[in-house]
Design a protein around this ligand. Structure first.
Ligand code: MG
Ligand code: MG
Length: 257
């Protein structure tokens, strides 16, 4: 069942998303060679709690931390550790905030130091595909229109679109209906109606689309161990237009290549 939101509910989600965007911005200041990923997690959790929010991911089905930190060949759902960032890594930071009864959710993949040209291109194209998807997230369109726009954009570069993990509705629950895949056919899937709030989150691999789960029970990595990128925004779809609720602005202001 889809829980459509009214304008008042979306305004609260935007407050949650603003805390989230600024938490990402604090993390962005510290994404550097030598920084331990659990330090990034501490920074995010402290910022969120200092601003009246609760980290959505911490304890979600037993997840141990506030950030999902997925390095290099890890696609999503990795967790922070003592690992210190190295020159040439890419790091995906996914974060969620629960505030005044509503969740927000967004993700960003950073290059650390000197990253290979082909991997920088993967990041650029994956981020572009997020906006291609958002362009199709219009009232009256179907989920397949979003999915197909993402898939078409990234497959033109020979990349693999992860099938097993998808975007989702967001609201009172972190993961609500409908599912929002990153592959599919235009004109198919459920219709996007007035008041739909979804997270769109392409997960794109340099090589094969296939993924496996690590023995830690959480981390998803590419089957061929080639790198993977992940960018995520939430949008609210109304008859009058679509609004992007989350922001990468604070990341991009604070993170210098
Ligand atoms: Mg999500
Ligand atoms: Mg997320």
């Amino acid at each position: 069942m889809i829980h459509y939101k009214n304008r008042e509910q979306v305004e609260i989600i935007k407050e949650s998303a603003l805390i989230l965007g600024k938490a990402h911005g604090e993390v962005a200041k510290h994404v550097k060679i030598g920084v331990k990923t659990n330090e990034l997690d501490r920074i995010a959790e402290e910022f969120i709690r200092d601003h009246g929010g609760v980290p959505s991911f911490k304890n979600y089905n037993g997840f141990p931390s506030s950030l999902c930190i997925s390095l290099n060949e890890n696609v999503v759902h990795g967790f922070p550790s003592d690992y210190a960032l190295k020159d040439g890594d890419i790091i995906s930071v996914d974060c969620g905030v629960f505030y005044k009864g509503y969740h927000s959710d967004s993700a960003y993949t950073y290059p650390v130091g000197n990253v290979k040209e082909e991997v920088l291109k993967l990041l650029k194209v994956t981020k572009e595909s997020l906006y291609k998807g958002i362009e199709k997230a219009v009232c009256g369109n179907r989920i397949g229109d979003v999915a197909n726009a993402i898939q078409t954009h990234v497959e033109a570069y020979g990349y693999g679109v992860v099938r097993e993990l998808v975007g989702h509705g967001v609201g009172v629950d972190l993961h609500e209906s409908p599912e929002v895949p990153n592959y599919g056919k235009s004109g198919k899937g459920s219709k996007m109606n007035d008041g739909l709030v979804i997270a769109i989150e392409p997960m794109v691999n340099l090589g094969t689309k296939n993924v496996v789960q690590e023995d830690d029970g959480w981390t998803i990595r590419t089957a061929d161990r080639q790198p993977s990128a992940h960018y995520e925004h939430m949008v609210a779809i109304f008859k009058e237009g679509t609004e992007v609720l989350t922001t990468h602005k604070f990341i991009e202001e604070n993170f210098k290549f």
